[in-house]
Design a binder for this molecule. Structure first.
Ligand code: NIG
Ligand code: FE
Length: 411
């Protein structure tokens, strides 16, 4: 199967190779070709170039992209898209003055979602989750990471991970699964965190790893949830089971979790709304990707990740949605990119790099996704006819995505 895009106003994020993520000032560079063509063959990017030098192709399906931009699809490296029901009541409670922490202390929050999920059948959970996945794909997401962590029992964590596996089997985009059993302490273990960690490490992890249900391990390292010491324990056990760390850290408090994550060679550290100078120093000598989740900051009215401090320190940065029922009931990467520009003072080039190349790194798929590179998957966004690519973040809240392709197939 061949498909050719012609008269592309700008072909964005063109790279000969992408061996490493983009750091510091490299993030401002967004290589492109004006007035371009791109050929897809067997689901991959086969070739591309300038219209002035287009070879003759016969019998190939054509898309006229006049006035439109073609770019790699968004990569969402941090979501909790598999969940049951919603938490609208907590949204109202926060409007009326309660904080996210206060709601959690009252038995709301993550354990509220866990209760709902435990009561939901695997089939129903799949139907709810597939609907969300289709919705975000239409908005340009062409690779996604999904976490467990709303189960909090062995049975319910396995149920979540099986739903993630079924999504991976039934949809064409890359889907990566992360085991986040250490998301919150379940009520049954309220006064026995050790007991829960023992269950997680000795029972859940070997089962999950044994069935190949996850590739990554995550923990919510935060006051009132899991400590730095717990983080060491869980990440160490994860690694023994072949799971690579990717953690929730520095959302409300900086308690030293970034250092712990880096010591375990975490692929990414996510949230980072609260950063200390020493956190930046620790990241400088690492291969760990910082990931910002600005729509979580918007929804909870908490600080935004200090993107300028991170990038200006010479570090890389990725962007993701955090799509989940409590802190971010929204999986729109376009909004994330707008918020990164508006609230975190990232330039459009930096935001696009953060949502493609660096996001691919944070998901472990940089060798196959995240840029317009020969041989990579033809996971693409074709925009409407718009004045510039910067118009995407500028026109926040609007949808300028004309069509989305996964492995060269229009979805
Ligand atoms: O990434 N911070 C921890 N976990 C999720 C939110 C969980 C929830 O409120 O349901 C997050 O924001
Ligand atoms: Fe999260």
């Amino acid at each position: 199967m061949k498909l050719i895009f012609k008269n592309i106003k700008q072909l964005i994020q063109v790279r000969e190779e992408t061996l490493k993520p983009l750091k510091g000032s490299e993030m401002k560079e967004l290589p492109l070709i004006d007035n371009a063509w791109l050929l897809v063959e067997d689901g991959k990017i086969a070739d591309f170039g300038k219209m002035s030098q287009i070879p003759t192709f016969e019998g190939v399906a054509e898309v006229d992209a006049s006035g439109k931009f073609l770019l790699p699809g968004w990569i969402d490296s941090h979501t909790h898209l598999v969940y049951a029901g919603n938490r609208e009541q907590e949204f109202i409670d926060r409007i009326n003055g309660l904080t996210y922490e206060e709601i959690a202390e009252k038995g709301g929050g993550i354990v509220n979602s866990a209760k709902k999920l435990q009561e939901t059948s695997e089939d129903d959970l799949y139907v709810q989750s597939a609907k969300r996945l289709e919705e975000v794909m239409k908005m340009g997401t062409t690779a996604i990471e999904i976490k467990s962590g709303y189960g909090l029992t062995t049975e319910a964590e396995l149920k979540m991970l099986k739903v993630i596996r079924k999504l991976r089997d039934n949809y064409d985009l890359p889907v990566k699964a992360t085991f986040l059993g250490a998301h919150a302490i379940p009520p049954e273990y309220k006064n026995d965190k050790e007991g829960y960690l023992n269950l997680l490490i000795n029972e859940m992890m070997p089962k999950i790893a044994g069935e190949g249900l996850a590739e990554y391990v995550d923990i919510f390292c935060e006051k009132g949830y899991f400590s730095v010491e717990d983080t060491h324990r869980v990440l160490e056990a994860g690694k023994k089971n072949g799971l690579t760390p990717k953690i929730h850290v520095n959302q409300f408090n900086a308690i030293g979790g970034i250092k712990a994550a880096v010591e375990h060679n975490a692929l990414s550290v996510d949230h980072l709304e609260v950063m200390q100078p020493e956190d930046l120093e620790v990241l400088k000598n690492s291969d760990t990707m910082p990931v910002a989740l600005p729509s979580c900051s918007l929804f909870l009215s908490i600080p935004y990740t200090p993107a300028r401090d991170i990038i200006d320190a010479g570090l890389p940065l990725a962007l993701a949605t955090d799509y989940n029922p409590g802190s971010t009931p929204n999986g729109n990467m376009n909004l994330v990119i707008s918020l990164a520009c508006i609230k975190m003072k990232m330039n459009p080039e930096e935001a696009i790099n953060a949502a493609t190349i660096n996001a691919a790194y944070a998901m472990g798929i940089l060798d196959t996704h995240g840029s317009i590179t020969k041989g990579k998957a033809a996971n693409l966004i074709l925009t409407d006819a718009i004045p510039s690519y910067g118009f995407l973040p500028y026109s926040f809240g609007a949808n300028h995505i004309n069509s989305v392709y996964v492995n060269g197939k229009k979805i």
